[in-house]
Write a protein that binds this ligand. Structure first.
Ligand code: FPP
Length: 264
């Protein structure tokens, strides 16, 4: 029989991560910032594996934002290189673990050799039934939403747009809404990340710098968030309108009568 915590974890399908704190991690060790990125990239694989073990359906990692273009050129190119190295190093594991790989964002600026690796891996894994691994690269949420709206208008010039239409025109239309966002590094910001998809997400901010983030901290955050009751704006399972009214020992008729006499 599944344990309570495993059942709870199953309620979470999609986790997004902001991998912050690489630069500070390196500075503390008197190393260049890029050393922090190297160590940060090194732990990505173990976090993805843990997400898979826990039965999550998708994980989305913020690897390069549109705002990151303002960093020194060397650092920016280094991040491109890290993605390329990741694709070479992890390809076999991605394939053997049935991971479905995708990248969201505007990433056509990447070198041709990297773009080829991305397209090949997307193609090779497009029918994979395991966890979905999305890297957000060249990603900005406002750009994603504007693009989604423009795409819709272009194809449907005379129609009103709906939430469903926006969903369908996002970079990755089939992925679930996000259940939990974790940001490492101590800051409590969203940083233009998945603003649409985070509408009902639980948020967790940890002081841990990304290269120190472990699969055990990841698991304990997931377990603790899984036990929170998500009400999506409603009253939740233990707090229905009827139950609350009964607890207040007042009948629906009497309540309606009282509401009628309220002076508003
Ligand atoms: C923020 O830390 C981190 C980034 C801008 C890049 C995140 C990238 C990685 C973890 C490596 C990429 C991995 C792959 C596989 C592509 P920061 O540099 O802003 O840290 P700071 O706030 O301490 O300066």
């Amino acid at each position: 029989m599944a344990t309570e915590s495993a059942k709870n974890v199953k309620k979470l399908k999609h986790i997004a991560l902001i991998m912050d704190g690489n630069g500070r991690w390196a500075r503390k060790r008197h190393r260049p910032r890029i050393w922090g990125h190297v160590r940060g990239a090194g732990i990505v694989s173990q976090i993805v594996e843990k997400a898979d073990d826990l039965g999550l359906k998708s994980i989305t990692l913020y690897a390069f934002s549109t705002e990151n273009w303002s960093r020194p050129k060397d650092e920016v190119f280094f991040l491109f290189k890290l993605l390329d190295k990741y694709l070479i190093k992890e390809r076999k594991k991605i394939l053997s673990n049935n991971v479905k790989f995708d990248i969201i964002g505007e990433y056509s600026f990447l070198p041709d050799s990297t773009l080829k690796k991305i397209e090949a891996l997307k193609e090779e894994t497009k029918n994979a039934k395991g966890i979905e691994l999305n890297f957000a690269f060249g990603y900005g949420s406002r750009t994603e939403m504007v693009n989604a709206v423009n795409k819709f208008i272009k194809n449907n010039p005379n129609e009103m747009i709906t939430e469903e239409d926006i969903n369908k025109n996002l970079y990755n239309p089939t992925t679930h809404d996000i259940d939990l966002l974790i940001r490492t590094g101590g800051d409590q910001r969203i940083s233009n990340y998945l603003l649409w998809q985070l509408a009902y997400a639980e948020l967790c901010f940890t002081q841990t710098l990304w290269p120190d983030f472990s699969d055990s901290e990841f698991e304990s955050i997931i377990e603790s968030v899984s036990s929170r009751e998500r009400r999506f704006g409603g009253l939740g399972t233990n707090n229905s309108y009827d139950k609350q009214t009964r607890r207040a020992k007042i009948s629906k008729d009497k309540l309606a009568n009282e509401v009628r006499h309220l002076e508003l």
